[in-house]
Design a protein around this ligand. Structure first.
Ligand SMILES: O=C(CO)[C@@H](O)[C@H](O)COP(=O)(O)O
Length: 231
């Protein structure tokens, strides 16, 4: 899968109706979403427990859209091949949850997936220093991981700007593409500001699944994004 430098909306199925998960996946993609964001929580790295590779495999036939797996688990290496086999396209993990970040990133690519690194609100950008050539995506958490429905942490905007500068400098030097995704508290009324600060990929859970009209919310988000002219 080639990752293109355009914007994309990735609904987090953490806020979907789990009793009708396949239908929710189909509906949200028909409503205009680009990716399915798949939150994996282990009740160890984060204080919540969600879904694993079996559920990823179960929803894989429901859509051709990329499945964007966010591992909030520790350790991660055993799960990477399992999610790749279950049909994940992108796998991201937190550097604090792997003893060997470089190895885990390579493992993801070796299994044919795009590799992402996730930074918590208090994780410094320096974790990116020696792995820019190993990553396809940087996911900045704009809430502390573990739950949907939290409020966007405003300091994420400065962090996004700093990350954007790093990515742009890297892309210019290497002619490669790294996506900048943001996750937590993304809504129609703040998505323009988030895009303006540098994000190109937007995870939204409660903002989309909390409404009946998924297509309406996604269209409103796209309209807000389109109104931003980044230099
Ligand atoms: O990974 C997480 C939370 O840990 C997120 O993906 C949330 O699920 C996003 O939910 P909203 O903040 O958009 O409701």
């Amino acid at each position: 899968m080639e990752l293109q430098p355009v914007t994309r909306i990735a609904p987090s199925i953490l806020s979907a109706d789990f009793a009708r998960l396949g239908e929710e996946v189909r509906n949200v993609i028909s409503a205009g979403a680009d990716w399915i964001h798949f939150d994996v929580m282990d009740n160890h790295y984060v204080p919540n427990l969600t879904i694993g590779p079996m559920v990823c495999k179960a929803i894989r036939p429901c859509t051709d859209a990329p499945i964007d797996v966010h591992l909030m688990c520790e350790p991660v290496d055993d799960l990477i091949p399992q999610f790749a086999q279950a049909g994940a396209n992108i796998i991201s993990f937190h550097p604090e949850a792997s003893r060997h970040v470089d190895r885990s990133l390579s493992l993801i690519r070796d299994h044919g997936c795009k590799a992402g690194l996730v930074l918590n609100p208090a994780t410094p950008l320096s974790v990116l220093d020696h792995v820019m050539d190993r990553i396809d995506l940087i996911l900045l958490m704009s809430v502390n991981p573990g739950f949907g429905g939290q409020s966007f942490i405003p300091s994420t905007l400065d962090k996004l700007r700093a990350t954007r500068l790093r990515i742009d400098a890297w892309q210019e030097k290497t002619d490669s593409t790294i996506l900048l995704e943001v996750d937590g508290g993304v809504k129609t009324d703040n998505i323009a500001q988030i895009h303006e600060a540098g994000a190109d990929t937007f995870v939204a859970g409660s903002a989309i699944f909390g409404q009946k009209d998924y297509a309406g919310v996604i269209a409103a988000m796209r309209e807000q994004i389109a109104g931003v002219h980044r230099s």
